[in-house]
Structures are given as structure tokens and as C-alpha cells.
Ligand binder design. Structure first.
Ligand code: C2E
Ligand code: MG
Ligand code: MG
Ligand code: MG
Length: 281
């Protein structure tokens, strides 16, 4: 019943919070079973070589196929899994699915493209994950050069020392490290100089706004040429228009990923897209 004393609004508000807590509890009760039941699905989005327009890689992006609720995107559940720690299990599961699929491609005599897997910031404080990942890759006999790990730029500032250790260990194993979402936060160009990363992923927002004005163009151009001099490959993410693609190509960006080329798709569709055939998994 609506009253003008504001009580109704108050009850409505606490109802909302209660619903959210119930929903979180509900998810926590179901997430492990969901993993067992194969409800978490890997989608692949192609990375395109800007020079040749060929597919030269892919990024694995998780989706949750919740019975009765449809396909849910990572933004809806990853923050919660980072809070309750389940992200470590989920990321390992995604990594294993990717290795299995690479093995299938190798067994079919196809030439696999490297696949990038996202890591959560939580991994920085659980470095033993590297050994686990290494064992999984070895189990499926996947050459480490086919694996890239993506870590978002925003974690680096607070964890510089840990981050340096991480890169060193990953390189010992042979996995490439990709710096995700570069330019989204307060990136420092100095950082680029210090960090032995292999790949830089320019955040969508970084060139979406910036590519429209001259000062912005100068900054992006500088970042890309600096990266190139440091032998870091550059990928632009979220490329949606031919104008963006042409600009990025002109300034020497190596690869692009975005809806202009393809959306993230189920692995079977990705195989049809890249290899021209669907495989029986
Ligand atoms: P991200 O790693 O930066 O991934 C790129 C995001 O941009 C993806 O969103 C992708 O679908 C979207 N995208 C790609 N091209 C375009 C485009 O042209 N336009 C627009 N508007 N968007 C585009 P998605 O799949 O919703 O993933 C969101 C974030 O969730 C990812 O950002 C990543 O940080 C995280 N994430 C996804 N999968 C995993 C995972 O398996 N583990 C972890 N820890 N995080 C993941
Ligand atoms: Mg990523
Ligand atoms: Mg990104
Ligand atoms: Mg992003």
C-alpha cells in the first residue's frame, strides 16, 4: 500500500536488497553443480590480423547457460565469483575446455590459432595456479605458444611486484601474457616501459572517443609505436566500424577484435568460421 510517509518506498528498497541477497545465495548454492553440469560455456571471438584480414587468434569468453534463465553474460556473475573465490575454479575449468579443444584441432590435423583465456585479479594472490595450468596444458599436450593469458591493466598498479613475478613465471612456462583493457584507467606510459608483457589490448573506450580528435589520435599513435618498439604486439578490442579499423591499421596496430568482424560465438561456429568445417567434439 502506498503511503505518503515514505514507508512504502523504504519497504520496497529493502525488498530489493533482500531479493539480491537471496539471488546471490541461490547462485552460491548452485554454482558448483552448474559447473559439473556443463552450464558454463566457452564462446570464442576471433582476432583478425589487420594487414591480411586473416583470423590469427581467439579470445575465450565465458557464458552461463542457466536452465530457465537463458544465456547470461560474465558481467552478471564474475564479480560475485571474485568475491566468493569460485572464480579460480571457473577459470581453471574454462582453461581446461580451451586446452581440450586445441587438442581436438591438433588431432584433426588443423592448424590451430592461439587462444587467449582471461584471468581474474584473484589469481595474483593465488600464484600456484600457474603450475596447475601448466599441468593441464601438458596433459593435453598443448604447445604453450598456443596459450595467451589476459590480465586487466587495472590490477597492475596495486600489485606491481607480484605482477612482475607473475610475468616471469608465465614466461618460464612459455605462456604469453596479454595486458587487457589498456587505456581504460589511468595507464602510465612508464608502465609500458617496465612491463615485459607480450601483447597489449587497447580498450574499446580508449580509441572510441579518442579517435575522433587530434590530441587523442596522437596519444594512441604514440602508445602503439612505443609498444612496437618494445616488441609488444597490439590488439584493438571492440572494433565496430571500418573507419576505426582503417585508422588502427594506419598507425600500425597488429590485430583487431570486435563486432565489425565477428561476435563471440560457440566453439562449433568458430570452427566453421575459421576452418570452414564443424567438428564432432
Ligand atoms: P574483456 O576480456 O575485455 O572482453 C572483451 C569484451 O568485449 C567481451 O564482453 C566481448 O564480448 C566484448 N566485445 C567484443 N567486441 C566488441 C564490440 O565490437 N563491441 C562491444 N560493445 N563489445 C565487444 P563479455 O564477453 O561480456 O566479457 C566481459 C568481461 O568479462 C571480459 O572483458 C572479461 O574481463 C570478463 N570475462 C569473460 N570471460 C571470462 C573468464 O572466463 N574468466 C574471467 N576471469 N573473466 C572473464
Ligand atoms: Mg579479455
Ligand atoms: Mg578487454
Ligand atoms: Mg574490456
Amino acid at each position: 500500500t502506498s503511503k505518503d510517509d515514505g514507508k512504502g518506498a523504504c519497504i520496497f528498497y529493502s525488498d530489493c536488497i533482500r531479493d539480491r541477497l537471496l539471488e546471490e545465495k541461490d547462485i552460491e548454492n548452485h554454482m558448483r553443480a552448474a559447473l559439473q553440469n556443463g552450464e558454463f560455456v566457452v564462446y570464442l571471438q576471433p582476432k583478425i590480423e589487420l594487414g591480411t584480414r586473416k583470423v590469427s587468434g581467439a579470445e575465450a569468453l565465458v557464458r552461463w547457460n542457466r536452465p530457465g534463465k537463458g544465456l547470461i553474460g560474465p558481467d552478471q556473475f564474475i564479480p560475485m565469483f571474485e568475491r566468493n573465490g569460485f572464480i579460480l575454479e571457473l577459470d581453471l575449468y574454462i582453461f581446461r575446455q580451451v586446452c581440450k579443444r586445441l587438442r581436438l584441432w591438433l588431432d584433426c590435423g588443423l592448424t590451430p590459432v592461439p587462444i587467449a583465456v582471461n584471468l581474474s585479479r584473484v589469481h595474483l594472490h593465488n600464484m600456484e595456479f600457474i603450475e596447475k595450468y601448466q599441468r593441464v596444458a601438458e596433459h593435453y599436450r598443448i604447445p604453450p605458444r598456443l596459450i595467451e593469458l589476459e590480465l586487466t591493466e587495472s590490477v597492475v598498479f596495486d600489485n606491481f611486484k607480484i605482477f612482475m613475478d607473475l610475468v616471469r613465471e608465465l614466461h618460464q612456462v612459455g605462456f604469453a601474457l596479454s595486458m587487457d583493457d589498456f587505456g581504460a584507467g589511468y595507464s602510465s606510459l612508464n608502465l609500458l616501459k617496465e612491463l615485459p608483457v607480450d601483447i597489449l589490448k587497447l580498450d574499446r573506450e580508449f580509441f572510441r572517443e579518442t579517435a575522433n580528435n587530434d590530441r587523442g589520435k596522437t596519444v594512441i599513435c604514440g602508445v602503439v609505436s612505443m609498444a612496437k618498439e618494445l616488441n609488444i604486439r597490439v590488439v584493438a578490442e571492440g572494433v565496430e566500424t571500418e573507419v576505426q579499423a582503417a585508422f588502427l591499421k594506419k598507425i600500425g596496430c597488429d590485430m583487431a577484435q570486435g563486432f565489425l568482424y565477428a561476435k563471440p560465438m560457440p566453439m562449433g561456429e568458430f570452427e566453421a568460421y575459421v576452418f570452414g568445417r564443424k567438428l564432432d567434439a
